[in-house]
Design a protein around this ligand. Sequence first.
Ligand code: SAM
Length: 263
Amino acid sequence: MTTSDRHAPELVLRAQQAASEVGAPYVERTHKRPLASMLADTADALIVMEAEAVSLVDAEGSLRFSPGLAHLRVKQLDAGVHEDMLLRVSGLREGERVLDCTLGLAADAQVAARLVGPSGAVTALEKSSALYLLVRYGLETLPRHPLACPIQAVYADASEYLRTLPDGAFDVVLFDPMFERQRKSSVAFQTLRRYADYAPLTRETVAEAQRVARRAVVIKGSRYSSDFKKLGLQPEPARPNATVLWARLPGFAGSPPPEARIR
Ligand SMILES: C[S@@+](CC[C@H](N)C(=O)[O-])C[C@H]1O[C@@H](n2cnc3c(N)ncnc32)[C@H](O)[C@@H]1O
């Protein structure tokens, strides 16, 4: 964890606190020290905190956190278009509580935050320390949508976290695990891949999620992987060319059919 080379003392303090959250070292950035030299001597990867941006930098490139595709998806919702698959499959509505077990670059979490609105809540878990820092602090650099709730990012393993929760603690639990077979992807996703946790989702974790979800568990999977089959999941109907499939399982209190009710 480090900062931009022109940094205020508050930024340093913030970067130090962020590093200690995940037990990563904080490396001081002296004036004009290039990141390349820090990568050569000090670290394989750096999270660089600036006043208005957060980036993950390694020998292969740099990823500055941005809303990504969520920007477009939220815009569509704002325009009253209710085609988003997360909405269609989960039926998320205002005021609901969502547990996103796989934060990643937070695209789904941002859409979920917009769907549940300011009276709802989104908690999102990330097991990779690099991705957690990038996204937890990156999210804070984005302007808050007036019709979205804040996203509470937590550095945790989903299976362990779920075990600590009471029955029905959330309305909807979401999983978007890394697929075993990957296809061509954006630069952002390629960076995510280098740091993501690949442990496959297990039947035990899905069952635990069904206990924690009051209404439904939603799982994303790739058409090109056998992950759904291994978990015994039947995907929801999708367009023939869809590469991402979605499945829904009932939660603790059953899963009434989704009903879009957002502002
Ligand atoms: C495919 S990405 C999720 C993308 C995300 N839905 C989005 O919209 O940006 C999967 C993410 O889940 C994380 N992950 C995988 N297994 C996890 C676990 N057991 N607990 C917490 N995070 C996990 C990976 O490190 C990775 O960042």
